[in-house]
Write a protein that binds this ligand. Structure first.
Ligand code: 3HC
Length: 304
């Protein structure tokens, strides 16, 4: 059951040709209601498209809607948006705990945990429930998009659409092209990203794409520097902010990204490039084992 109103409007059948000609994406599905899923849903709703967020449980589905409402209310209180803009955005947001409710989506963004088996299982399910014209995408940070494409009967309609954290703020989106993706799929992804008001870049399907392939060796080296006793994490963060004009130091950024996600990203990079400085540092693994996952668990390198 979908929670929201007006979804019947979307019970239309749209042909692939019509969709690609008009770049007409009316209904977007998001699978996963974590920090990224919820942030992307806010971006999509503010861009004027309807969005259904599919969470694993009804309770978390409702919590996602509340999180989006809270984020918009925060912008309203700072006079960054009007009450009307907030109400309009919220009228676009639907939540569900049933994947079948994504049946009429024109585009789906899978935003579940960074685990290939989980993602492949979701792609198999999505492929069965969504209409034939629907483009299936993943917000993976590093995993091979081709492996998800191959789990479906529509590999030409699968690509990566990678938002950055916090999705509402960060302007960049990477559009990842597996060798199976058609030109139409990539054109649709480009059009969607532009409609979201983001800057799209295109990248081949190689672990880490552009940003994480360059960012994570740096983050892992910062932990190695801390382990070697070269400087404290506070001083390393201060140094990289003051010395490079980065908005955050490496430890604050690791906490923002999530330490479990960081381990997954480094493991994927290591398995592809086999460089020793990509092996997740022992301190990072230890924090994850202790359940200290960064901001989301209120403890990581720093306490929140
Ligand atoms: N979610 C939503 N909005 C947030 C936010 C969050 N987590 N954190 C801050 N904001 C908003 C604030 O509300 C504020 O909005 P306003 O201007 O409308 O009031 C605005 O961002 C600025 O916030 P602050 O003044 O409190 O703080 P900063 O100026 O320090 O900005 C930041 C915060 C935008 C997070 C900035 O520090 C930054 O850009 N950090 C780098 C983030 C980054 O590098 N992200 C990429 C990570 S890698 C990744 O995502 C890839 C993935 O695959 C792992």
């Amino acid at each position: 059951m979908i929670f929201g109103i007006g979804l019947a409007n979307h019970l239309y059948t749209s042909t692939v040709a019509r969709m690609i000609q008009t770049r007409d994406i009316k209904l977007v599905g998001i699978v996963g209601s974590g920090i990224m899923g919820s942030g992307i849903a806010e971006v999509v709703s503010r861009a004027g498209m309807d969005v259904v967020v599919c969470s694993r449980a009804e309770q978390t589905a409702h919590a996602t809607r509340s999180a989006i409402e809270k984020s918009l209310a925060n912008k309203l209180s700072k006079a960054k948006i009007s009450q009307e803009q907030m109400d309009t955005a919220m009228s676009h947001v639907y939540v569900t705990s049933k994947i079948e409710d994504l049946a009429n989506c024109d585009l789906v963004i899978e935003s579940a945990i960074e685990d290939l088996t989980t993602k492949q299982r979701l792609f198999v399910e999505l492929d069965k429930v969504v209409k034939l014209s629907c483009v299936l995408t993943t917000n993976t940070s590093t995993l091979p998009v081709i492996e998800m494409a191959r789990s479906t009967n529509r590999p030409d309609k699968v690509c990566g659409i990678h938002f950055f954290n916090p999705a509402v703020i960060m302007p960049l989106v990477e559009i990842i092209r597996p060798i199976t993706a058609s030109d139409e799929t990539i054109a649709l992804a480009n059009a969607f990203v532009a409609t979201c008001g983001k800057d799209g870049v295109q990248v081949a399907d190689r672990a880490g794409f552009i940003v994480n392939a360059l960012l994570f060796p740096y983050l892992n080296n910062a932990i190695a520097m801390l382990e070697a006793g070269t400087a404290s994490m506070e001083d390393i963060d201060t140094a990289m902010k003051g010395g490079c004009n980065f908005p955050m130091g490496p430890f604050a950024l690791l906490d923002l990204v999530g330490l479990d996600t960081s381990v997954s990203i480094l493991e994927a990079l290591y398995s592809e490039f086999k460089s020793s400085n990509l092996e997740p540092r022992p301190t990072l693994r230890k924090l994850v084992e202790q359940g200290k996952l960064g901001r989301k668990s209120k403890q990581g390198f720093y306490n929140y």
